[in-house]
Design a protein around this ligand. Structure first.
Ligand code: 9WO
Length: 281
């Protein structure tokens, strides 16, 4: 899979090229990442990359011609087949814009994208880009969540990182995408490492038992319980197996016993501010 990033700040992408799993995957040739700077596509003496919005007001937009020229150059680069262009799928690269106006990203969308075409990521700065550029050259607009950054770069990096680690061979033997949070649509179970007694807080007995079947069942129950407590919006009880429903019911019963409170809903301390209508279990 190949990534072309259109950005005024290509140096930021060292966070991916120089560190961790993404750096290793690039060096192994599993993926490639390169940047195009609209500033290199300017034609005026001052190399201008911003422009005023029609209608007035404070703030600037990205200047359209250098931005579109950089996107066009990115497309041309990806037309040429490369060693990371995917198993000859011949799919056209998709052009993606990261903004708060985009469709909310989640792990399922990332898993689909990770199996798809090469990507061009367009990073907005200032107040963003002319909407006609979105309509004419952007294929998909995605959001990481309801918050505002100073530019699209950090969002693009987050997306690229999530995609790289799903490429076959990108994770070492010790990392497994199958054990990710969300891999089964549930939150991860709690993990423990040494010491076994941390300021009086001990490790659950079952994890020290060596009973692999019991451990696997405890972890599944804890995943279900953590999701019920922290992200009940992710729990579709209709899609749980009979076994999973039993494990979750046992978790809820034990939780309510410890709590003294008989309630099918988790306590308010885990709730977000706008999920009240999702609380029905
Ligand atoms: C900047 C600004 C300044 C004055 C008045 C209004 C304004 N709006 C913006 C703005 O929304 N800037 C965006 C910055 C333009 C597109 C790139 N930027 C961005 C992307 N901020 N946050 C994201 C983002 C991307 C994905 N998921 C969450 C946030």
């Amino acid at each position: 899979m190949r990534f072309e990033v259109v950005t005024l700040f290509p140096e930021m992408f060292a966070a991916l090229t120089d560190y961790g799993i993404s750096s290793r995957a690039i060096k192994q040739g599993l993926v490639s990442l390169s940047c195009l700077n609209p500033r290199e596509f300017t034609t005026d003496k001052h190399r201008t990359v911003d422009d005023k919005p029609y209608g007035g007001g404070p703030g600037m937009l990205m200047k359209t011609e250098p931005l579109v020229a950089a996107i066009t150059a990115a497309k041309a680069r990806l037309q040429k087949a490369g060693p990371e262009s995917g198993a000859g799928t011949g799919q056209q690269a998709k052009t993606i814009y990261l903004s708060p106006q985009g469709k909310p990203l989640n792990q399922a969308a990332i898993e689909q994208m990770a199996q798809g075409s090469d990507l061009i990521l367009v990073c907005g700065r200032y107040q963003g880009i002319d909407t006609r550029v979105i309509d004419s050259v952007i294929d998909e607009e995605w959001s990481l969540g309801d918050f505002v950054l100073s530019g699209g770069e950090l969002a693009a990096m987050a997306l690229i990182d999530a995609l790289i680690r799903l490429q076959p061979g990108a994770l070492g033997d010790d990392d497994s995408a199958l054990q990710d949070s969300f891999s089964g649509g549930l939150l991860h179970w709690p993990e423990y490492t040494r010491p076994s007694d941390f300021a009086g807080a001990t490790v659950p007995e079952v994890l020290l038992s060596g009973d692999h079947k019991a451990i696997a069942q405890w972890r599944e129950q804890q995943s279900l319980g953590a999701t019920w407590l922290k992200r009940p919006d992710l729990l579709n009880r209709k899609n749980l197996s009979t076994k999973q429903r039993e494990l979750l019911d046992e978790f809820i019963n034990e939780y309510n016993l410890a709590d003294g409170d008989q309630n099918e809903s988790p306590p308010g301390k885990f709730r977000s501010e706008c999920d009240e209508q999702e609380q029905d279990h």
